[in-house]
Ligand binder design. Sequence first.
Ligand code: SAH
Length: 462
Amino acid sequence: MLLTISTTATPATDLGFLLHKHPDRVQEFSQSFGTARVFYPEADESRCTAALMLEVDPVALVRSRGRNSPDFSLGQYVNDRPYAASSLLAVALGDVFRTARAGRCNARPELAEGALPLEIAIPALPCRGGPDLARRLFEPLGWECEALAVPLDENFPEWGDSRYVSLRLRGSLRLADALNHLYVLLPVLDDGKHYWIAPDEVDKLIRAGEGWLAAHPERTLITRRYLGRRRALERTAFARLAEVGDETEEALEPRIEEEKERSVPLNTLRREAVVRTLEELGAASVIDLGCGSGQLIGALLAVPRFARITGVDVSTLALTIAARKLRLERMPDAKRARLTLFQGALTYTDPRFSGYDAAVLMEVVEHVDPPRLAALERVVFGQARPVHVIVTTPNAEYNVHYEFLTGMRHPDHRFEWTREEFTAWATATAELYGYRVTFTPIGEEDPEHGAPTQMGVFTRDH
Ligand code: SAH
């Protein structure tokens, strides 16, 4: 298995710094399934190529598996695995170039930050879906993608193409991004996993996909294949991708038919209800806790009376999307001066949450694990202690109206409360921390099941 990475940046030999592998030596890295070697077939000022070659030891491969792992079979000895780039190559790449993949380069930090002219070649890549799929996966990421089907046998063209392509990618990208694209997409193209898929695969995918996977047009296929079509893991990954913004939520959330058809979408009704309530309360400073992609913030910025607006989220990716959607870079100074965004978790004490007229938790509590709720209550009501707190959350009773819904409205919801449950939680929390609470339904109200969203408005006693 062979993969080469070339650059024509000047001086091209900087590639050695970035990969943390010296161009003059052949270096070996032992893997549980064989040996990876890194060497430089060419290394001069104008062009430098690093090669990663992986030699798979089929015996080691089998020994490193448990008996119950899915690919425990003689097949491994006799198939084409050792010769084709595959998920094993991705694993080796992930390991050998770990630091480069994280975008770190202490010797030359500016180098790791910038885009380089890169060319990546993989002569034999198993590719289920053919050259066309390779293009669909790489082109949206800014690569010029040349993928040629390798014929089964050059002497017998009538036999047609093999499932291999010869892949060549060209583009101007950060090296870390390039390595992460390969780390995720090589096994996706191969579509046959070689090692047991552990729960931490979801973490690996989210980490390697940071900044590009959530918005990729083929994210569903990528996630499904990367996780070996294991449903439970897939759901977790989709939920976590969805957390980063409603663009992805729209695509991944089970379609809630009624919401789609309603003329005013529920999230608009919810946002309007919250803004109206904040106006009625006379709030001038508002902190949006769990602001997601910044929908509420956008609406608040449009109203001059909200002089100080802060958005907080635990997900940095959500904040990045919010900054983009709010066009932070091009925002006029006067507006920009009213807004602060920062990363933070609602379950940890944070002095930055204090000093606001009102805090909003719009569709956030249901994303918090029940054992962590008490910490959130303490942080928001006990420590931040704004004059008002607005909490919205789904009303589980209303779910009977969602014909196609199985389970909860969003795969990341840890719970969905009935009206009685929400009332009980809110009343107890208010009592504990010295607040009064009133309840308002949001959305079309059903006489029996209530409205789709419930809102609690808390006001501090003193
Ligand atoms: N309020 C937004 C987003 C709701 S989605 C809206 O209504 O559109 C829930 C958001 O809460 C996600 O962006 C998620 O990252 C964030 N979140 C979940 N748990 C959190 C925590 N413990 N601390 C901070 N944010 C959290």
